[in-house]
Design a protein around this ligand. Structure first.
Ligand SMILES: [Fe+2]
Length: 572
């Protein structure tokens, strides 16, 4: 019988992953089912979907692993484990409160597991599940692993050395030195909390999910506001000084209204993070002598810091898993059980992105019919027709194949547009995404053309590295060039996604530009579209001009399409 292991994340961004005989078969977030971004709901639908995809009955699963060791929380009242930035309270009352909250967290987890018949689930150390996800997906046979997030049970940053199947712990930092909380706190000072956070307006932790906005804003700032004393270094360790951070409260912006101070705060925290990245990478290299790096944990979604580290001379290779956040830790919890069971490393999946829901032709036809839209056609070559529509200036929805796992849409549930059009970001924001005007849009570029447009030309298949747009190219692709000259690149190979590759290649043949602007297919505030109905609703309820859905296309009144475009010819 097949050896099947489930990994579950039941914190926020809840998710499930299944590994069968060492192969990662499926991973999916619960938010894609219940349509609640960053949901904390128990991942019941995600579990069912994983089992169905793997063809495994629930009773035949050999083990279930969680991404958090809840036992470690029971009755714990260590002051260094408090979310100090959130509460700033080391008094006896504060410590008592922590103890109560931690015990409640443990109780809640037990209750949920019992309700779902999973009381025998194993608890794994949170950072180990992040490390296992990142390392086993990297394909490296040896690596330094750097885990950085808001917090695990007792740690917020941890350093590991992995070789073969073994992942060894080296050093950790307490929750009071959390880089994730530092960044989230500054996000709240910038007035950027409460919109996409799971807790609404509840304190700075309500900013979870908004850190990317701060990263975008940082490109506009200067180093006028000093973060010099917020972080110090000694004896091979960094330290965050809460009192110095609190001094920055004077720059706090009103909710939803970032101002000139916010730009400089964002710049300051981004520079600080990049400095700590360099420090930790140097530390790891000195401890292990290894120059290959794996980054994981929610902080590792910071593609500017990742890109800066990737370009550093001490780094020979870098890998960041597509779901570096807690959702991806579920993969780690499944992998760890497989390694323990078999003594073997899991297979490195060729496809680490498109691990989610597919759909069938009937579901697509039903969704299209139910929409009542009359401008509909079936296509022989959707990629070529889409490329022509993008070159004509249309905003295009692109729904194909299996859904992406992780926070980025990478060419199967995407909105695509022309990167040459300077006005395109505003147009997309006004008509579809309603995002803040300072947030950059990202390019998907043909992998072999990367060096012609970006530097350093490092492969970035999951849009997790910010590279620099070559200076002589910036005027050609203004819609994807951020104010600081960077771009959050996705390099696309034919092997990884043949259809998406064909679309970009067709666009390149038409325009001489081997990339398209790519953002996720969703309506404001919602997660990425999962089903054909989600995609069609996105089309009808927003300002998308065209939706390509499998081999069908639907378009709005007044939009003209070349339905016979073929995508043949050669790139200029
Ligand atoms: Fe985490």
């Amino acid at each position: 019988m097949a050896a099947a292991f489930l990994g579950l994340n039941i914190l926020h961004d809840t998710s499930a992953a299944i590994v069968v005989d060492g192969e990662l078969v499926c991973a999916i977030e619960e938010e894609r089912f219940n349509r609640d971004r960053h949901t904390a709901a128990f991942p019941s639908s995600a579990i069912e979907y994983c089992l169905q995809q793997a063809g495994i009955r629930r009773e035949d699963v050999l083990g279930v692993g969680l991404t958090f060791d809840y036992e470690q929380f029971k009755n714990n009242a260590n002051p260094f484990d408090q979310n100090v930035i959130d509460r700033d309270d080391l008094s006896a009352d504060g410590i008592e409160l922590t103890k109560k909250l931690n015990t409640d967290t443990w109780r809640e987890a037990r209750l949920q597991l019992e309700q779902h018949g999973l009381e025998n689930a194993r608890y794994f150390r949170h950072h180990l599940t992040h490390a296992a996800c990142g390392y086993y997906l990297s394909g490296f046979s040896e690596a330094n692993v750097l885990v950085m997030d808001g917090r695990g049970e007792h740690e917020s940053t941890s350093l590991w050395h992995a070789r073969g199947t073994q992942i060894d712990h080296l050093e950790s930092y307490p929750v009071t030195d959390s880089l994730g909380h530092l960044y989230t706190y500054v996000t709240s000072l910038c007035g950027l909390y409460g919109k996409s956070g799971r807790n609404g307006n509840a304190g700075h932790l309500g900013s979870i999910g908004n850190e990317g906005k701060t990263m975008g804003l940082s490109g506009y700032g200067s180093d006028r506001i000093s973060f010099k004393d917020v972080v110090s270094y000694d004896d091979g360790r960094y330290h965050i000084h809460l009192d110095k951070l609190r001094d920055l409260d004077v720059y706090k912006a009103s909710l939803g209204k970032p101002d000139a101070n916010s730009r400089d705060l964002a710049h300051g925290v981004q520079q600080t993070l990049e400095e700590v990245y360099r420090f930790l990478a140097t530390r790891l290299e000195s401890l292990t002598g290894c120059r290959q790096f794996v980054l994981a944990g929610g902080v590792a979604l910071n593609c500017n810091a990742n890109g800066a580290l990737a370009a550093s001379p001490i780094v020979d290779g870098i890998s960041v898993p597509p779901a570096a956040n807690d959702a991806g830790a579920a993969i780690g919890a499944a992998f760890l059980q497989w390694v323990e069971h078999s003594g073997k490393a899991p297979a490195v999946p060729a496809d680490q992105i498109y691990l989610g829901s597919a759909f069938d032709a009937t579901a697509v036809a039903e969704a299209v019919t139910a929409s009542g839209v009359s401008r509909v056609a079936k296509l022989d070559d959707p990629a070529a027709v889409a490329a022509a529509a993008i070159a004509d200036g249309h905003i295009v929805g692109w729904y194909q194949g299996n859904m992406e796992f992780g926070p980025r849409a990478l060419g199967n549930r995407s909105i695509l547009a022309d990167p040459r059009n300077r006005d395109m970001p505003d147009k997309i924001n006004m008509r579809v995404k309603f995002r803040e005007s300072w947030r950059p849009f990202a390019p998907s570029v043909l992998a072999e053309e990367n060096a012609e447009w970006f530097e350093p030309a490092i492969e970035s298949p999951y849009m997790l590295l910010a590279l620099s747009v070559r200076e002589d190219r910036r005027d050609t692709v203004p819609a994807i060039t951020h104010v600081d000259g960077s771009a959050r690149v996705q390099t696309v190979t034919e092997e990884a996604n043949p259809l998406y590759y064909r679309l970009i290649d067709s666009f390149s043949k038409l325009t001489g530009v081997p990339m398209v602007l790519n953002t996720s297919l969703n309506i404001r505030g919602e997660p990425i579209a999962r089903t054909p109905e989600d995609a069609v609703r996105c089309f009808t309820e927003s300002g998308l001009d065209v939706l390509f859905i499998a081999d069908m296309v639907m378009w709005k009144e007044g939009v003209s399409l070349n339905l016979n475009a073929t995508g043949t010819g050669s790139r200029p």
